[in-house]
Design a binder for this molecule. Structure first.
Ligand code: BYC
Length: 493
């Protein structure tokens, strides 16, 4: 843990960037592809990955960060462990060393759930689950480059060098998470795995013919408010999905997700503190001027922050799939994808007789019906996620309270603005009222960002590239990165 890292009682990180811990294994940086998986001993795999590497770099140059820089103060994983897992240095971005890192194998793992519960975790892909496993890995892999593409142009309008560095840190690590999934595809899925790895670079966020697989990853990240909401809400879906894949009976997937989760903590830190700093500035100005009309003071009105929150939360809820899903039941029963904190759950880890309450929209009403718990696992995960989201809201609202402002941010109803699952096709207000289409659309401009809101936010997005300078629409952070001062020149041009 860095000395600047601060954790709240509920475990969220609010101070400096976190550093993970765990058993130690050093990564070999003398190799062309740094790794801790013994790549040098498997020539075929090494050659396959070395032929994918230039295509990845071409993709990074074409669709990665568009702002030219000289170097960026970045952390790079050097050891999968407690002491110095990351080194910090000024790195020209195109020289960043993307590599393949799996958490160390500890005690031999047993499968913890489903019909293979108690059997040794698989070191190879079981033939009967090959296509399901490949699908899960491809969906996970597809999101990583998608987010880099979505954030490509944000460097042009960064509110400070500190924030610009954080954006680039998130980007290079999402690039590495793509490497993690590509390694699994190449190492365990033969020719079709290699073809899937190619496709991961061919689909592009928002492309009309070859879009990314999941909806939220085809939306535009238009500005920094949208970016901070994305890293708060959408990266948090990543935390929960990786948390379930970390339980997988397929050991290489479990181990790679475990290490990805360590890096993911920083991405959510960027979101939590980013929104908090915006709310802090907004709250100060609301208290000083007694109005939410803050455009005139160069800040973002709370009502607009709420609209961006409504949008990103609803887009992120769609990432959990349908509330009831036979896919999810099949993944669980096969031992491929567990539940959040599976090992801590006090039940049979089979869910043969358990039931759950799933939402339904029928006869003009929102209600629930009992369903087999096995089919409601996407809902189970989503509920865990929503409870976690609430925690950030409490922190942001504490800023409003501190400033003596009465207004509060709220999470909208889970049925609001949904495109996937039970609520799709229904018109539900943020307060949870079932409306007709006309009634909903009449009020949509109060609930979701309008073109005008986005244009006003865009006007504020003026780059601040002098060390120690911060845009006026957000407060500076409390501490810098890795114990450096807030004013440090984290990026050089
Ligand atoms: N958009 O049974 P259903 C991250 C498809 S984020 C479009 O309801 P299932 C990150 C679904 O594929 C985490 N299509 O859902 C964050 C299925 O199609 P097929 C990413 C969708 O399968 C920030 C059909 O609808 N990781 O890491 O139980 C930055 C019926 O689906 C959507 C994962 O998601 C959608 N939103 O669950 C960077 C983990 N939702 O198969 C990175 C791996 C569903 O019938 N993925 N569909 O053709 C999964 O576990 C599951 O695929 C899902 C869907 C949870 C996504």
């Amino acid at each position: 843990m860095t000395t600047g890292e601060v954790r709240t009682a509920d475990g969220d990180i609010v101070g400096a960037a976190p550093q993970p811990d765990g058993p130690v294994s050093v990564i070999d940086y003398t190799e062309r592809i740094p790794n801790n998986v013994g790549l040098a001993t498997d020539r075929r795999l090494q050659r396959a990955l070395e032929s994918w590497q230039p295509r990845f770099l071409d993709w990074w140059r074409a669709l990665g960060p568009s702002l030219p820089t000289k170097d960026v103060y970045l952390r790079t994983a050097v050891a999968i462990g407690r002491d110095g897992w990351a080194s910090w240095d000024r790195v020209p971005m195109e020289q960043y060393r993307w590599g393949i890192f799996l958490s160390e194998r500890g005690e031999p793992r047993q499968i913890g759930f489903g019909r293979h519960k108690g059997e040794p975790a698989w070191q190879e892909v079981p033939g009967e689950y090959r296509s399901e496993l490949r699908r899960l890995i491809v969906v996970q892999g597809d999101t990583e480059p998608a987010s880099v593409e979505q954030q490509r142009h944000l460097g042009a309008t960064a509110p400070s060098l500190y924030d610009l560095r954080n954006l680039f840190q998130v980007n290079v690590e999402e690039g590495r998470h793509l490497w993690a999934m590509v390694y699994l595809l190449h190492a365990y899925f033969g020719r079709d795995g290699r073809e899937e790895a190619e496709q991961l670079l061919r689909r592009h966020s928002g492309h009309p013919d070859t879009p990314r697989i999941l909806g939220a990853f085809n939306e535009e990240t238009t500005d920094w408010l949208s970016f901070f909401m994305f890293t708060y809400f959408t990266d948090r879906d990543g935390k929960y999905q990786l948390g379930t894949l970390k339980e997988s009976g397929f050991d290489p997937l479990a181990r790679t997700c475990e290490f990805m989760l360590r890096e993911e903590a920083h991405h959510m830190f960027v979101g939590t503190t980013g929104v908090q700093r915006i709310v802090q500035r907004t709250a100060q100005l609301m208290a000083a001027h007694g109005t939410d009309g803050l455009w005139q003071f160069g800040a973002i009105p709370l009502s607009v922050i709420q609209k961006y929150l409504n949008l990103q939360f609803s887009l992120s809820l769609d990432l959990f799939g349908s509330e009831t899903s036979s896919n999810a039941a099949a993944y669980f029963t096969a031992g491929l994808k567990g539940r959040w904190m599976e090992t801590r759950r006090q039940d049979d880890h089979l869910l043969t007789d358990a039931t759950a309450q799933a939402p339904v929209v029928a006869d003009g009403m929102l209600s629930v019906r009992p369903v087999p718990a096995l089919t409601a696992l996407n809902l189970d995960l989503r509920d865990e996620y929503v409870a976690d989201c609430e925690r950030g809201l409490r922190r942001w609202n504490a800023e409003l309270e501190r400033a003596g402002v009465d207004e509060r941010l709220v999470l909208p109803h889970v049925g609001f603005n949904r495109k996937v699952g039970t609520y799709a096709g229904h018109f539900i207000s943020p307060g949870g009222e079932l409306l007709d289409q006309v009634g909903w659309q009449r009020q949509a401009a109060h609930w979701l960002p309008t073109d005008e809101d986005r244009a006003r936010v865009a006007e504020l997005m003026v780059p601040h590239y002098e060390a120690g300078s911060f845009a006026g629409w957000l407060a500076p952070p409390a501490v810098g990165i890795n114990d450096l001062p807030v004013e440090y020149d984290y990026v050089r041009f």
